[in-house]
Write a protein that binds this ligand. Structure first.
Ligand code: UD1
Ligand code: CA
Length: 457
């Protein structure tokens, strides 16, 4: 079979009542992005000629938000069953080839598992993905005859006691030649406990006309876990995170604990990266060779150069950090921060929309915003760039080799020339010339014999 004749239908019209949420089920985030996108991504690796998603009433907003231009959206206004849902997708498909049916709320089906079904269906069979479960409750059961051939799928609510004892369940995922699928769907009735058009009834229809039914199993026991509740969402999230942690370990990253990392985007790492516990990575994060990330750091859309150390409890967002830098503990790099090599940003320092050149240090309790800082600069403890006049933001420019004493306010717009020194406690409200010491004249007095007030007894 050529891949051109594969088409995919994803069912996602269910309300997800058990999620107890105002948000429909499939846009709920999993691994940092809408749940539905996971199964779409796995399905795309099969290069289907059509990718249709069945959404429920009001699902159009879901569709718009998901940004999946290759998807043909089909609307199922009322949830009349899985068979009815697939019927809504048929007009979006070419009447040929194999149709793979997936669920939007079963996000971890591996591409290889999908392929095994598609291959079986391409040989003119109805291919079902089944699984033996210790606890099959709630699932459709695979009924077989004495010789072991599949005869039908029975839903739990329609099952006899003997059928309920069957542990082989229907995962719901299947692949079917289009021509057969459309014929069988047209023949579906809804005379069952739920009054729904069951997709699963096509199995009995196939058996009745001696059309071969093939059965395949998933590659791993947890692939087919569905998400119907927040509990199940949390479980699938942990499994997905463990997959990602294992991929990092396999790529040579050292993780203090693969169960205590959350990658909610794309994390790429050079050789010999070490990541301590409880770190969160969002968006696109790229770590260079030999980077170490201390415990409890959060990085979103960040690049970090080789050999840099991010110390515990640091929060970095939309920032780039050069090689061999030392950041934190307790550092906050906000969007637009660009740090060159060997820069040190210490505890309780906030940097925003600023470029800091090589070897410069801001080590304690400072705010650097809307600034350009030269190289080999030392910024003393408690230095604040006063970048906001209440209406507008202004820039601070600090030259190379500048030394700024502790507790300095730089009232922007202001420029400090190369090699300048700024005395401790200075409020710099005019440009400070290069190579000179600038300070506010202050005097210090001591009052001899002065007594601290005391409470009267
Ligand atoms: C279905 C199967 C059952 C299987 C189980 C696996 C049928 C009749 N039963 O059960 O054999 O063990 O899945 O989880 O197929 N959906 C729609 N429109 C509808 C109904 C459902 O789009 O009208 C979608 C849901 O969003 C979901 C999927 O189909 O993604 C399955 O629906 P759900 O209600 O969870 O499954 P069951 O019908 O209980
Ligand atoms: Ca379900």
């Amino acid at each position: 079979m050529t891949t051109q004749s594969l088409q995919v239908v994803v069912l996602a019209a269910g309300q997800g009542k058990r999620m107890n949420s105002r948000l429909p089920k499939v846009p709920h985030p999993l691994g940092g992005r809408p749940m539905l996108l996971h199964i779409l991504e796995s399905a795309r690796r099969l290069a289907p000629s059509r990718l249709a998603v069945v959404i429920g009433h009001g699902g159009e907003t879901v569709a718009k938000r998901l940004e999946a231009p290759d998807v043909a959206w089909a609307v199922q206004d009322r949830q009349l069953g899985t068979g009815h849902a697939v019927m809504q997708a048929l007009p979006k498909l070419d009447p040929a080839g194999v149709i793979l049916i997936l669920y939007g709320d079963v996000p971890r089906i591996a591409t290889g598992t999908m392929r095994s079904l598609v291959d079986a269906a391409a040989e003119n069979q109805l291919a079902l993905l089944t699984q033996d479960l210790d606890d099959p409750r709630g699932m459709g059961r695979i009924v077989r005859d004495a010789s072991g051939r599949v005869t039908k799928i029975v839903e739990e609510r329609d099952a006899t006691e003997a059928e309920r004892a069957i542990r082989e369940i229907n995962t719901g995922i299947m692949a079917v030649p289009f021509a057969k699928l459309s014929t069988w769907l047209a023949g579906l009735g809804n005379d069952n406990a739920q009054g729904e058009y069951y997709l699963t009834d096509i199995v009995a229809a196939a058996v009745a006309e001696r059309f071969p039914v093939a059965v395949r199993q998933p590659q791993s026991s947890t692939e087919c876990l569905g998400v119907n509740s927040k509990r199940e969402l949390a479980r699938v999230e942990r499994l997905l995170q463990l997959d990602r942690a294992h991929a990092l370990l396999d790529a040579g990253v050292t993780l203090a604990d693969p169960a205590r990392i959350d990658v909610r985007g794309e994390l790429t790492c050079g050789k010999d990266v070490h990541i301590d516990v409880n770190c969160v990575f969002e968006g696109k994060v790229a770590l260079g060779e030999g980077v170490t990330i201390g415990a409890n750091c959060i990085l979103r859309d960040v690049t970090v150069g080789d050999g840099t150390e991010i110390r515990p409890f640091s929060l970095l967002e939309e920032a780039s950090v050069g090689a061999n830098a030392k950041i934190g503990p307790y550092a906050r790099l906000r969007p637009g921060t660009e740090l060159a090599e060997d820069v040190h940003i210490g505890n309780f320092v906030e940097v925003k929309a600023s470029a800091i050149a090589a070897r410069s240090k801001v080590n304690h309790l400072s705010y650097i915003g809307d600034s350009t800082v030269g190289q080999d600069v030392n910024v003393g403890a408690g230095t604040i760039t006063c970048n906001y006049d209440g209406a507008h933001k202004h820039r601070t420019v600090i030259g190379d080799r500048v030394h700024i004493g502790s507790d300095v306010q730089l009232v922007a717009p202001v420029t400090i020339g190369d090699g300048a020194d700024i005395g401790a406690g200075t409020t710099v409200f005019k440009d400070a010339p290069a190579g000179e010491l600038t300070l506010n004249p202050k005097s210090q007095v001591t009052k001899p014999g002065w007594k601290r007030p005391e409470k009267k007894k």
